[in-house]
Ligand binder design. Structure first.
Ligand code: DGT
Ligand code: MG
Length: 240
């Protein structure tokens, strides 16, 4: 995978516009292979933290390190090669199912694409599509469900084999069967990779190695589910 996946934020601040900081003086340390959950109310800065880690935006100050190296010194394309994204609105493009899975590792063989789809629990629904792996998807993936789109982005991530995973859990309803397939595939995908989960499901949050509670761009609490409940602070009021 190329990176071990240790991630550190040191005094990171950022704002989209000149007024007011969106992320304020954030410090965070996630060891290689750990799962970090980002929780907090809407507008707290969860997505922004991910945008900074993947350099969709550049921090204003502070340091962001992967395996001890400043990500500002790495080409964006190389940086993102080490990252896999499974987002609420998974980015599909107009092309076949195969091309969509292969995106990010264009040299992958057909067998590898199928193997990744199987790991992602996506193979069986793909085989029921009119042209199977050759079915052309539109940009917004019409003809397949929200959950199936997620399975495709999980297949893509298996194929890319990144050291760092970014998961933005769906809030929209996905049918139970597909939801179980997603959960099962994600659990497998996250094994041995550093994962940042923008978490909405209590179950995911509880299992995280470290939970970061954000409010107004700051980390106001961090710890495990148990330690945070013991503190009886913000997290306790949300989930206790
Ligand atoms: P969510 O997804 O609703 O649970 O909220 P978060 O925690 O992901 O919040 P985030 O990081 O999207 O937004 C943090 C703040 O930054 C919030 O006040 C909205 C603002 N913001 C987010 N994206 C943009 C942007 O593209 N441009 C500007 N000007 N502001 C943005
Ligand atoms: Mg967000």
């Amino acid at each position: 995978t190329g990176v071990k996946g240790e991630v550190e934020f040191h005094n990171v601040s950022f704002s989209y516009e000149e007024d007011g900081n969106t992320v304020r003086d954030v410090n965070l340390h996630v060891k290689a292979g750990q799962t970090a959950a980002l929780v907090g109310p809407t507008g707290a800065g969860k997505t922004t933290m991910i945008n900074l880690l993947s350099r969709f935006y550049e921090r204003d100050s502070g340091l962001i390190l992967i395996d001890g190296g400043d990500i500002a010194n790495v080409k964006k394309e190389s940086l993102r090669k080490h990252m896999g994204f499974v987002l609420q609105d998974s980015f599909l493009f107009r092309g076949t199912v195969r091309e969509n899975i292969r995106y990010g590792r264009l040299e992958a063989s057909d067998d590898e694409v199928v193997e990744a789809a199987k790991l992602a629990n996506a193979h069986s629904f793909i085989m029921k599509l009119p042209q199977r792996y050759e079915t052309v998807l539109s940009q917004d993936g019409n003809g397949i469900s929200q959950g199936q789109k997620q399975l495709l982005s999980i297949a893509r991530a298996f194929l890319a084999n990144p050291g760092i995973l970014i998961l933005d859990e769906a809030t929209s309803s996905i049918d139970t069967v597909t939801e179980l397939k997603i959960q099962d595939a994600l659990q497998e995908l996250m094994k041995g990779r550093t994962s940042f989960v923008i978490a909405h499901r209590l179950n995911t949050i509880q299992k995280a190695d470290k939970i970061f509670v954000l409010e107004e761009g700051r980390i106001i609490e961090e710890g495990t589910n148990d330690s945070l409940l013991e503190q009886e602070g913000f997290y306790y009021r949300l989930h206790g």
